[in-house]
Design a protein around this ligand. Structure first.
Ligand code: BDR
Ligand code: CA
Length: 315
């Protein structure tokens, strides 16, 4: 039986790759998608998500709009990496897909409580929707088997010297999710930034007859790593890697560490991951839950897993 998952996204080029991967993987069943403001404003996130579902030919997957801004602050766009529309300007047909009439938090709650199996929540965006869900409906904690949390960084950040975008956008929400009783695995910036797809695969995808495969190729071309290898590699998988963690856990190494979000001052939005060996004497242990953090991954095999799943659309 496939694993039932919910996706929480701010579709962006890499969220789009993650959605295509999830929809194309035979061991995953996507029950629904909640959208949150992040890479682009909420209405654009919903449009982008619907266009990705259209390209994949997906039916029966509700898409709902959620929080339009973080819990305490206004939404901030850092802007450039996903283009103005969030999908790097890829030309896609207009969507006629109807969004769910429910708020994303209500949709998540209903789908979790209605599922006969426990559900995995994969959050690839600022954590506002998920924090609201866990706060408004604490009963979901016993119905979720796991939260995959894309966000945070063990070393430097990407929006500030210290902070990763998803956590920086809504630090209070991120801390709320980290403190939830649901088992969490943090897929942070170090893992996020490593797997890339070979240019030859992306070229083959771009010329493909299936719209999902073609879209994956176009998206990969808009995700060039800023490294010396950028002539050979085009597509940073980014958020999509967090889905591969779910389908291929053997490709990843994790460690359990106390984690806390810095909410103040110059370090606001930083995810502090205490990797010191030995016992800690944290003064406020509730604020430093020990959660699993991805510390290493087999980048070549992760890329292969992605390519194989996208190729599956053609069969
Ligand atoms: C995260 O920020 C967004 O731009 C990406 O979609 C990803 O979820 C990485 O910091
Ligand atoms: Ca994202």
């Amino acid at each position: 039986m496939p694993r039932r998952i919910l996706l929480d996204v701010d579709t962006g080029t890499d969220d789009a790759l993650a959605i295509l991967y999830a929809l194309g993987h035979p061991e995953l069943e996507v029950l629904g998608i909640s959208c949150v403001a992040g890479n682009v404003p909420i209405d654009q996130v919903v449009i982008n998500t619907c266009k990705v579902l259209d390209a994949a030919g997906a039916t029966g997957i509700p898409v709902a709009a959620g929080a339009f801004q973080p819990l305490l602050e206004s939404a901030r766009r850092t802007g450039k990496s996903h283009g103005v529309d969030g999908l790097g300007g890829i030309r896609l047909p207009a969507t006629s897909r109807q969004r769910s009439p429910l708020h994303a938090v209500e949709l998540l709650h209903q789908l979790i409580m209605a599922s006969t199996q426990r559900v995995t929540l994969v959050t690839l965006a600022p954590k506002t929707n998920v924090a609201l869900l866990l706060t408004m409906y604490p009963e979901v904690a016993t119905r979720l088997d796991h939260i995959i949390f894309m966000g945070g960084a063990t070393a430097g950040g990407n929006v500030t010297a210290l902070a990763e975008f998803n956590v920086w956008q809504d630090p209070e929400a991120a801390q709320c999710v980290i403190q939830s009783p649901v088992p969490i695995t943090l897929y942070g910036l170090e893992a996020f930034s490593r797997p890339t797809v070979d240019r030859a695969d992306a070229d083959r995808f771009r010329a493909h007859g299936h719209s999902a495969v073609r879209l994956a190729g176009e998206l990969l071309y808009r995700r060039r790593p800023r490294s010396e290898e950028s002539n050979r590699y085009v597509g940073l998988l980014g958020d999509a890697g967090a889905l591969i963690l779910l389908t291929n856990p053997e490709l990843f190494a994790t460690g359990k560490f106390p984690v806390r979000v810095n909410l103040v001052g110059i370090g606001r939005g930083q995810t502090i991951i205490d990797q010191r060996p030995g016992p800690r004497d944290a003064a406020e242990p509730d604020l430093w839950p020990r959660i699993a953090v991805v510390v290493d991954l087999d980048i070549a095999q992760v890329a292969s897993a992605f390519v194989k799943t996208i190729e599956g659309y053609a069969s």
